[in-house]
Ligand binder design. Sequence first.
Ligand SMILES: Nc1ncnc2c1ncn2[C@@H]1O[C@H](COP(=O)(O)OP(=O)(O)OP(=O)(O)O)[C@@H](O)[C@H]1O
Length: 296
Amino acid sequence: MTDTAVETTGLGRRYGKNWALRDCSLRLPAGRIAALVGPNGAGKSTLLHLLVGLSQPSAGSVTVFGQAPGSREVLDRIGFVAQDTPLYRDFTPAELIEMGRRLNRAFDVGLARDRLDQLGIAADRAVGKMSGGQRAQVALTLALAKRPRLLLLDEPVASLDPLARREFLQALMGGVADEGTTVLLSSHLLGDLERVCDHLIVLNAGRVQVLGGVEELVADHRLLVGAADLAPHGLTVVQERRTDRQASLLVRGYDPTVTHIDPQWTVHDVSLEDLVLAYLANGAADALPGPVGVRP
Ligand SMILES: Nc1ncnc2c1ncn2[C@@H]1O[C@H](COP(=O)(O)OP(=O)(O)OP(=O)(O)O)[C@@H](O)[C@H]1O
């Protein structure tokens, strides 16, 4: 038994000349709910596919619970909901549940049926005739019924309405809190992620840009606002915005006992959304474990 769910070292995946993922080194402790965030084309699906063994590394290495991805033993422990929730469209949920039971040794048929019942999703209707949101719920149900130790979700809530999204995330939280499941959840909906995730991975242009616990990261950043001509110096600035008179600086590692700022300047907490957007806007800044870094 290992307390590390996912570990990658120098992991890279290239398509032709282009690196979809480069030099990715990260560790995801077991039991965490991690947000995987980044702009379109940042490499999120590529990373998830490498973890499931659907794609092979071009460089570096990856382990899931200490083993190479793709083996039967590892696959038994992973639930994966791919982007656009591909399901056999002519099949009904009842048939998909039966297929899940035959393919997975630990498949929980009762859990799957009960969950669909609660959601009011008919077990005997072809999934191809369902709405995108209902299909997403069926796909999540099948993944949860595997009782996975690692749940990988590639933009699972994109097609859900706000109520369904909340239900989905609550079910996710409930399910994983009971079971201690590790979750890696790719999404563009930063507000949702802030509520459910305790760990953050930001990918930008194929690289890991930010990595760490959400609480620690949020606590380590501040927004400083004040007159532009009195702007403080010597701070690690992630993003700077200026008008003629005013400046606002999103900074990392601000310590009021060390850095003096003008009393007219104000200091504000940041949300996870502020933090992620600031890093994405400044591709040269990063917040990785280890020394504060600005890449050459
Ligand atoms: N099979 C493939 N063949 C060629 N290029 C690919 C392939 N899969 C992904 N890519 C490229 O790799 C890069 C990363 O793609 P990926 O799908 O991992 O991004 P993403 O972060 O999941 O994006 P999105 O948020 O749009 O889903 C993109 O430039 C994409 O065009």
